[in-house]
Design a protein around this ligand. Sequence first.
Ligand code: GLA
Length: 410
Amino acid sequence: MTSPLPVQPEKPDALQTEGALKRFLTFSPGPLSDVRVFFAPGRVNLIGEHTDYNGGYVLPAALDMGTWLYVRLRDDHRVRFASTAFERTVEISLRNLRYKPEDDYANYPKGVIREFQALGFAVPGMDILLDGNLPNGAGLSSSASVEVATAWMLGTLLNAGLSPDRLALLAQSAENGFVGVNCGIMDQFAVALGKRDHAIWLNCDTLSYEIVPIQLRGLHLIIANTNKRRGLSDSKYNQRRRECDEALRLIQAHDASVRHLADVGRTDWPRVESIFEDETLRKRARHVVLENDRAKRAADVLRRGDVEAFGQLMNASHRSLRDDYEVTGMELDTLAELAWAAPGCVGARMTGAGFGGCTVNLVQADKASEFIDQVGRAYEQQVGYAPTFYITSIGDGAREVTDQVVRGRA
Ligand code: GLA
């Protein structure tokens, strides 16, 4: 067993930035003054899971961890991609942008480039390096982070005049249409519009939102990564979407005014529930209806600073994702259930799509190391490998960071 358990740093230190810049200059030799750098964070969703594509509420927040995108323009029609996380470099022609499985990570920025082209923008040739400190595929939106960093970069370099929410929609459209994951808008929105020490209470039907301060007096937000590989998660995610569509059609057959599953209120549920003969569809719909209600109440309790009530909503959310939506699995359940019993835990739940990935935990700051130690050891004993913990702070959304990264060197 490993001891002590690692708590990952979430900010890239100067060394990481230095290393990435050096790598970029090797990959794309030329004057430093032509290099531009953009950042887009990952996100953690505090509550409101699998509600976004059902027209409901979500409450995500941007992280300090994320993706740094280094770019230099070229004077031909080619884009070359490199990544500090993958060996493989990818070179494409802007005249023929297609999804190719072997292009791996480069498909995300490629999809965004194609969205800009579809809007009529003449996208220039570029050398692009992606660097980041988000664990890949861990439910912290590493893909949305890459997409929004690319959208922000193109929006800026092309002077496109697109608002942050428009860039978020465009990044989502790239993931839906190009990558083929039918995700909702939550991730891209949070990544584009996040605000330090605030969560975004977003109505995913209207895209109206409110910034809610997170007052964590005496508490830490701890993300715990199951370190489980997510495997077939994309196809399972798309399957949940289809089940929700089917559940909605059944409800609409009785009441055509219902546009989304999240239109059904908590008090309507006992009446609506009787429509379902299929147990699976009933459970999926019940999760969405009650989770949406929790997400609405969570914003209220957060505004009042009632963290105890918030923690209870988090726990209930996890149970619903486990029992009704069935997107947790042994690793996430073990991690959440160990957290509930650990010192200082106010609330714990899985975050993101599920099927592996991370939990988010509200923990009394003075108990944080005890919590990490106890949960980490027990998880390793039960699951066979260690989780990773991140003591998180909530950061700002996407932005250009050329000055911070390159300043004083040009
Ligand atoms: C993924 C998707 C989001 C959302 C969550 C579940 O992160 O990208 O749109 O559906 O799962 O809440």
